[in-house]
Design a protein around this ligand. Structure first.
Ligand SMILES: [Zn+2]
Length: 488
C-alpha cells in the first residue's frame, strides 16, 4: 500500500517502540498479581481472544500493566516490557504520547507489540515483506501498520488479521495484499462495468434454479448455455425499463418491477422467457408510480414494495395497494426503504435511521437511536435469518434484532474479525452462511467470526465490492470494478 505511506508519514505519528530487557531473577516463582488498568483491559481480552482464534491458549494471570510517564533518551517511547522470564511480566505504557490519541487500531498495535515481548517472548523484528511493508508489528519504527483514520480516509485495518497471525506465529505466510493478484479462480464479465450505468443491482436465483441479474437499465438471465442474456421485447414479452427491482415469491416465481415512461410495471416470470404483466400504475391508480426501490413477498405471499421517495405499498387481496408514507402514517420521512420479510407474515423495513417492524397489520413499530439501542446513522442493509431475526448493517457496524425479546445487539466487529469495514451488502449463501460485501472486499461469517481478509481477496482493483449474490450452483457473483464470479 504505497499510496498510504506518505499520508501516514504526513500526520507525523512518531511512535518508536522500545524494548527494555532487565536481567531476571530466576529464583523467583511466578506471582499471580494480575493488575491491568481498566483502559487496557479490553486489549488484554482481545489479545487472549485473537490467540484463542489461532489455537493458542494464553495465561495472563500474572500480567501487570502500569500507565505512567516514560522518560528515555528517545522521547518517543510508547511502552516498555520488562519480562524476567519466570517473574511477572511488567508492561509500562505512556498514554501521554500521541499513539494513545490516534485511534483504536494504533492503541491496539502498540499494546499488542508490548504483549508480543512480554507474553509471547518475541524480540524486535524489522524484516520487510516483498512490497516493502514491515513484516511484523514487532518492528522498531513506523507505526500504524493497520491503522484506521476515518477522517483521513485511510483504512489499513484489513491488514490486521495478517499482522496478528504473524505476531502469534512468525512463520505465517506473506499476506495477499503484497501484490495485486487473487488466489481465487475468477471469471470476469467486463461488460458489467461500475463506471457506467450497467452496474449490477441485484442477483437472484428463483425457485426453478434460474439465475437473474438486474441493472438499473436491464434485466438479464443466465441461460442454460451459461451465457448472460438480456431479456427484452426482442426475445420475450417483457418490456425493458428503469429500475428492475427483483423478488421471488413464495412459489419460487421471479417478479420484476420497472418503470417505463413514468409508469410502474410489475412483471411475473412464467417460465422460459415468458412474463405476465401483473400490475401497471396507469391501470391501477393505487400502485405508486415513483420508481420502486425494493420488492418483497411476506410469508403469506403478499407483495410489498417500497419507492425511492420512502413510500410503502402492500398488495391487498382485491389487487389494489394500501400505501403508507410520512403523511398518512408514523413512517419517518425521507430516504429509500429496504425490505426483508420475517418468518411469520411480518416485514422488516429500514427507512433512514429507523428500523421498522410491521407485524403484518401495518401497526408499525418504529425503532431508532432515540428509543432503542440503534446507532445514530443511516441503516443500510437488512436480511432475515432462519430464526426470523434481522441482521442490519450501518456503515462499519452489524446489528442483530432478536424478535424474541424485541432486542438489538450490536456485534463487536473486532471480536468478529471485521474491524472498520464499510459494509455495502449482506447476503445468505445457498448453505445458509452470511456473507458481507465491504469496501475492503468480501467476508464470510463462520460461526461468530468473519473469514480473514485474504480468504476471498479479489485483487487490488476489485476489493471495493457492492452487489453480492449466489447462483443455484453456489457460485459467488460480486460487483466490484466489474462483475466477477468464482466458486467458493
Ligand atoms: Zn519493542
Amino acid at each position: 500500500m504505497k499510496n498510504f505511506s506518505p499520508i501516514v508519514n504526513k500526520i507525523a505519528l512518531s511512535i518508536a517502540l522500545a524494548l527494555t530487557t532487565f536481567s531476571c531473577d530466576t529464583d523467583t516463582d511466578p506471582i499471580d498479581v494480575y493488575q491491568v488498568p481498566a483502559a487496557i483491559e479490553p486489549f488484554v481480552e482481545r489479545f487472549v481472544q485473537e490467540a484463542a482464534a489461532r489455537g493458542i491458549s494464553l495465561n495472563v494471570t500474572n500480567l501487570v500493566v502500569e500507565i505512567g510517564l516514560l522518560t528515555d533518551e528517545d522521547e518517543d517511547v510508547a511502552g516498555t516490557c520488562t519480562n524476567g522470564g519466570l517473574t511477572t511480566p511488567l508492561i509500562r505504557l505512556d498514554t501521554t504520547k500521541n499513539w494513545w490519541s490516534n485511534g483504536d487500531m494504533i492503541r491496539e498495535e502498540v499494546i499488542f507489540h508490548e504483549f508480543g515481548h512480554c507474553l509471547l517472548g518475541r524480540p524486535h523484528q524489522d524484516d520487510v515483506l516483498p512490497n516493502g511493508d514491515f513484516a511484523s508489528i514487532m518492528r522498531t519504527k513506523s507505526p500504524g501498520l493497520y491503522a484506521f483514520y476515518e477522517f483521513l480516509d485511510v483504512n489499513l485495518s484489513y491488514k490486521r488479521d495478517y499482522y496478528l497471525s504473524e505476531l502469534f506465529d512468525e512463520f505465517t505466510d506473506p499476506p495477499c495484499w503484497i501484490d495485486e493478484s487473487s488466489a481465487l479462480s475468477l471469471d470476469f464479465f467486463p461488460e458489467f462495468n461500475t463506471d457506467g450505468f450497467n452496474t449490477p443491482r441485484q442477483f437472484l436465483a428463483d425457485g426453478q434454479d434460474v439465475f437473474w441479474i438486474s441493472t438499473f437499465q436491464n434485466l438479464f438471465i443466465l441461460n442454460s448455455s451459461e451465457v448472460i442474456q438480456a431479456v427484452n421485447n426482442t426475445n420475450s414479452n417483457f418490456q425493458a425499463g428503469f429500475g428492475n427491482a427483483l423478488a421471488v415469491d413464495q412459489n419460487g416465481a421471479l417478479w420484476v418491477a420497472n418503470n417505463i415512461e413514468g409508469q410502474n410495471y410489475i412483471w411475473k416470470h412464467d417460465g422460459a422467457l415468458s412474463f405476465t404483466l401483473v400490475y401497471q400504475s396507469e391501470q391501477n391508480p393505487t400502485l405508486p408510480n415513483i420508481n420502486i426501490s425494493a420488492l418483497s413477498f411476506d410469508t403469506n405471499n403478499r407483495l410489498w414494495l417500497a419507492t425511492f421517495q420512502g413510500e410503502l405499498a402492500i398488495e391487498k387481496s382485491d389487487g389494489t395497494f394500501e400505501v403508507f408514507n410520512e403523511n398518512n402514517s408514523d413512517l419517518p420521512a425521507g430516504s429509500v426503504p429496504k425490505l426483508a420479510p420475517g418468518t411469520a407474515g411480518n416485514m422488516f423495513i429500514l427507512l433512514g435511521k429507523s428500523f421498522i417492524l410491521d407485524p403484518g397489520d401495518h401497526q408499525f413499530q418504529i425503532f431508532n437511536f432515540e428509543n432503542a439501542s440503534l446507532p445514530n446513522q443511516t441503516l443500510t442493509n437488512i436480511v432475515t435469518d432462519q430464526q426470523g431475526n434481522a441482521w442490519i448493517s450501518s456503515d462499519y457496524q452489524l446489528l442483530r434484532y432478536k424478535i424474541a425479546g424485541n432486542q438489538f445487539e450490536a456485534l463487536d466487529m473486532i471480536d468478529f474479525n471485521m474491524p472498520y469495514s464499510n459494509i455495502t451488502e449482506l447476503v445468505w449463501d445457498t448453505e445458509g452462511n452470511l456473507w458481507v460485501a465491504t469496501r475492503l472486499g468480501l467476508r464470510k461469517l463462520i460461526g461468530e467470526r468473519f473469514s480473514d481478509f485474504c480468504s476471498y481477496h479479489l485483487g487490488f482493483d476489485h476489493w471495493d465490492t457492492s452487489t453480492l449474490g449466489f447462483d443455484p450452483q453456489g457460485r459467488v457473483w460480486v460487483s466490484a470494478k466489474e462483475l466477477i464470479r468464482f466458486t467458493q
